[in-house]
Design a protein around this ligand. Structure first.
Ligand code: ATP
Ligand code: MG
Length: 230
């Protein structure tokens, strides 16, 4: 009954601009096989986040087709789309509520066991248990209980629980302390396994774990290669 996406993403001659005026993506084509990890890099304003928003259907192309497993995104049931494609952005890592609430958002009706299993998978269980109220800690309480790196790990646990066929990640630009940087790399490896991933990468260590690196400039891909050769 439930549609299971494999995660093959394709852009065919896509044109996109935000309303009146300048075209951001003039003619964009890209084929991402199911399971591939893409690192997307490029100068500010190149169109990386725009691309991410198009895959998540925040916007639709003005021309051309974006498809998932050869189905036009516009033909997918919104429920199927939301289950298949999950975007983790740096602006909205956490919502108000407890740590458990924030992780559980990944899967409607998730049990506490599932929440803990997801946190454990991305290496977040230990620090969460050490918080004043553990999984019941309010993430928005002032006083710096939850660091930037920890927030990112909580959002990774949520995405892990959601288990989408396609994960889009706009990586944090803010530099993290070294232990959490390491923790986040380990968490990323776990999170990316067995799914298609498109990461807007700001860290060299993230680029290194990708199968393929795309360099964008002015809405076009100017390099498409494996990490080692860049
Ligand atoms: P950065 O590395 O700074 O995040 P980016 O590659 O993600 O840059 P985008 O955010 O995709 O770039 O922006 C591409 C272009 O689209 C820029 O010129 C930007 O000003 C414009 N743009 C982005 N969002 C909007 C919007 N909501 N309305 C109008 N123009 C926008
Ligand atoms: Mg961006």
């Amino acid at each position: 009954d439930l549609w299971e996406a494999r995660g093959h993403v394709r852009f065919d001659d896509v044109e996109f601009g935000y309303g009146e005026g300048r075209v951001i993506l003039p003619d964009f084509s890209l084929d991402i096989p199911a399971g591939q990890t893409i690192a997307l890099v490029g100068t500010t304003g190149a169109g990386k986040s725009t691309l991410a928003k198009l895959i998540s259907r925040f916007y639709d192309p003005t021309r051309g087709v974006i498809s998932l497993d050869d189905v036009d995104l516009r033909s997918l049931h919104p429920k199927d789309l939301r289950r298949a494609i999950v975007m983790v952005t740096q602006e909205a890592y956490l919502f108000s509520g407890t740590v458990a609430d924030n992780i559980a958002l990944g899967k409607p009706g998730a049990t506490m066991e599932e929440v803990r299993a997801a946190a454990t998978a991305v290496g977040a269980d230990a620090f969460i248990q050490a918080l004043p109220d553990g999984y019941g800690t309010d993430v928005n309480k002032r006083g710096g209980r939850v660091s930037a790196g920890q927030r990112q790990l909580i959002s990774f646990a949520r995405a892990f629980l959601a288990n989408p066929a396609v994960l889009i990640l706009d990586e944090a630009t803010a530099s993290l302390d070294i232990p959490s940087e390491r923790a986040i790399q380990d968490a990323l490896q776990t999170l990316l396994a067995d799914r298609t991933a498109i990461i807007i990468a700001h860290r060299l260590s993230t680029v290194a774990i990708a199968d393929r690196v795309l360099v964008m400039e002015h809405g076009r891909i100017i390099e498409d290669d494996v990490p080692a050769t860049l």
